[in-house]
Structure formats: structure tokens, C-alpha cells
Design a protein around this ligand. Structure first.
Ligand code: SF4
Ligand code: SF4
Length: 319
């Protein structure tokens, strides 16, 4: 069964303090949470509190992935995102990405610290086929001093070694950065990151900023949301709903289908095990993190190549 290219809609509530209900549009993107909440790092701002011992969500098997990819064809999905946790902890990650690439354009979100030359060589061959493979590598500043406090000692250099490896195989990774500084500093931070990437031999730096989502570990670090930081009825009137990832995407985990890659700790984010039903399921934007999505929009999509003069663009997802 194919869903027509329907548009998302928002239903307001007579109570102006109640959250609007989002009715999703056509399912464009499928996220595969291949390593659940397992990560080799334990970042201080991780909104799903991933780490080496967080097994709240587990690994997807290649059979799980294959089944969901097959289902997604009938739903008209056009692109795939592979994430965790850290996807390169999965022993079958090369096979998973190769498989996803046989279905559509694929993006993998990684911290870059576990990439091996053999992985990248195989993936470069797989990406030479019909569909493209994008890498998103997360760092949190232009140098170890700005990154390692959040991501762990030595993580900047290891991530950049992964970046260099990808560039050497012809990939053009998107560097994602969580904004943990005042917005006035955006142009300077941006300039320094672009300069650093160019110094490393990347001719077309691509940088995506993500607002900090103040849930999970980040809530402990920076204090979470104020009570009035919520989306309420009326706030989606004349709003471009296409900007919200939950309007066009769902996430496959080993515990079922989730509404978006952000609310993996929220029990109501689990929409059951049937992808067709989950793809159509309305969802109340009642979570504090929804306010960040509303404010910044386009949090999870890939940016284009960013010119060095451009100040920091939009926002992000974990790893
Ligand atoms: S956190 Fe963002 S993507 Fe997730 S349900 Fe709320 S608005 Fe949608
Ligand atoms: S932010 Fe990314 S790299 Fe850091 S702990 Fe979370 S999933 Fe791992």
C-alpha cells in the first residue's frame, strides 16, 4: 500500500494551553537506530544519554533492517538515515549501509572516532552505485579545547582522523556541531571550523549547527526547559510543518517504531511495531524538545555546501 504524497496537518485544541496534534504527511524518510543507545562516547550534551553502558535500546539485526527497508518501499520512503548511538559499533554496519544504499540515498550519523580504512573503502565502492551516501560527523568546536570537554579526552583528534579518512576516499562529510556558545559567537566559531576543515584539505566544508536539545544528559548539564517553553495550540498556524522531522519521518528501533529521533526516552514516542500504522499516527507536540524544533526548524535534515561567508545556518540529531 502506498501513501499518497499527503501534506502534514496540525489540529489545534480549544484549550489554548494544550499542545497541537500533528497529523503526519507522506513518509519521506526512515531512520534506522542501528545501535540503539549504545555509544563509545558519553557526551555531556547527548539528548538521549547514550554511552558504553546504555542499553535501553539495542542493536538492530541485519534481518530487522532488511524487513523495514522492504516495508518502506510500499510506503514510498525516499531516503534513509542510519544512526545510534554510534553506528560504527555495529559489527554489521558496512552490510547495513550497503543494503540501505540499494534502496535509496542514505546518510549515516557518526562521531567519526571508529572509522577504519577497510570500512570506508568498502563504503566508497557501495556509494559508487545508484544512490549517494552522506556522512555526518559530529564535533563540538574547531579544536580539542572546545570539543573534548563535552565529548571526552582525545575525541576531537579521533573524529578528525575519521574525517580525513573520508575525504581521502572522496566523501564530503557534513560536520555537525551543537551550539553550546552564545549565538553572537556564531560567525567566529563558524569561521574557525571552516578554516580548520580547509587546512585539513577539505575544499568544500559543509557545516551544520544543531541547537542543544535540553533533555537527556543535556538537561543535567544545562538545566532543561522552562515551563513555558512548549508548543501550544495556535503556534502551528501558518507554520511550515514540513520543517518538523516527525511530519515526514519515523525511526526504527529494536523496541518498535518511534515518532522521531529526538524523543527516544519518551514512552509516548513509541508508536508500536507496525510501520504502516506508525507512519500515519497523529502525535501531540507536548514535549519540551518540540519547542526547540518549532523555534529552529529543519533540525535533522542535511544542509547543502555552506559558503564560508554564510553565518551559522540551522540546527541537528544525536551522534
Ligand atoms: S521533538 Fe521535534 S520531531 Fe520530535 S515530535 Fe516533537 S516536534 Fe516532532
Ligand atoms: S552525542 Fe552522539 S557521540 Fe555523543 S554520546 Fe550521544 S550518540 Fe554518542
Amino acid at each position: 500500500m502506498s501513501l499518497e504524497h499527503s501534506r502534514p496537518r496540525a489540529r489545534s485544541h480549544p484549550d489554548p494551553t494544550a499542545p497541537p496534534i500533528l497529523e503526519p504527511g507522506h513518509l519521506d524518510a526512515l531512520w534506522l537506530q542501528v545501535t540503539g543507545t549504545l555509544c563509545n562516547l558519553r557526551c555531556g550534551h547527548c539528548f538521549i544519554s547514550c554511552g558504553p553502558d546504555n542499553r535501553a535500546l539495542g542493536l538492530l539485526s541485519i534481518e530487522d533492517v532488511r524487513r523495514r527497508l522492504e516495508e518502506s518501499v510500499g510506503l514510498g520512503v525516499r531516503e534513509y538515515y542510519v544512526t545510534g548511538g554510534e553506528p560504527f559499533l555495529h559489527p554489521g554496519i558496512v552490510d547495513i549501509l550497503t543494503l540501505a544504499l540499494s534502496y535509496g540515498p542514505t546518510t549515516v550519523l557518526t562521531n567519526g572516532t571508529l572509522l577504519k580504512p577497510r570500512h570506508v573503502e568498502l563504503l566508497a565502492a557501495a556509494a559508487a552505485g545508484r544512490f549517494s551516501l552522506e556522512f555526518r560527523i559530529s564535533i563540538d568546536g574547531p579544536d580539542p579545547a572546545s570539543n573534548d570537554g563535552l565529548r571526552g579526552e582525545g575525541s576531537f583528534e579521533r573524529a578528525m582522523e575519521g574525517f580525513d579518512l573520508l575525504v581521502s576516499f572522496g566523501f564530503l562529510p557534513i560536520v555537525t556541531v551543537v551550539r553550546t556558545w552564545e549565538t553572537e559567537a556564531d560567525p567566529e566559531v563558524y569561521r574557525r571550523i571552516v578554516a580548520m576543515l580547509r587546512e585539513r584539505g577539505c575544499e568544500k566544508p559543509r557545516v551544520k549547527t544543531m541547537p542543544a536539545l535540553r533533555i537527556g544528559a543535556e538537561a543535567q548539564r544545562s538545566g532543561g526547559y522552562a515551563a513555558d517553553e512548549r508548543v501550544v495550540s495556535g503556534m502551528l498556524d501558518d507554520y511550515d510543518l514540513d520543517q518538523l522531522v516527525c511530519a515526514h519521518a519515523r525511526v526504527v528501533t529494536d523496541h518498535g517504531i518511534w515518532v522521531c529521533p529526538i524523543l527516544l526516552d519518551a514512552p509516548d514516542g513509541n508508536l508500536g511495531d507496525d510501520l504502516t500504522v506508525a507512519a500515519r499516527a497523529p502525535f501531540a507536540l507536548s514535549h519540551a524538545a518540540c519547542h526547540t524544533c518549532w523555534l529552529h526548524g529543519a533540525i535533522c535534515s542535511n544542509p547543502g555546501v555552506v559558503a564560508p561567508e554564510t553565518p551559522f545556518a540551522t540546527a541537528g540529531a544525536a551522534t
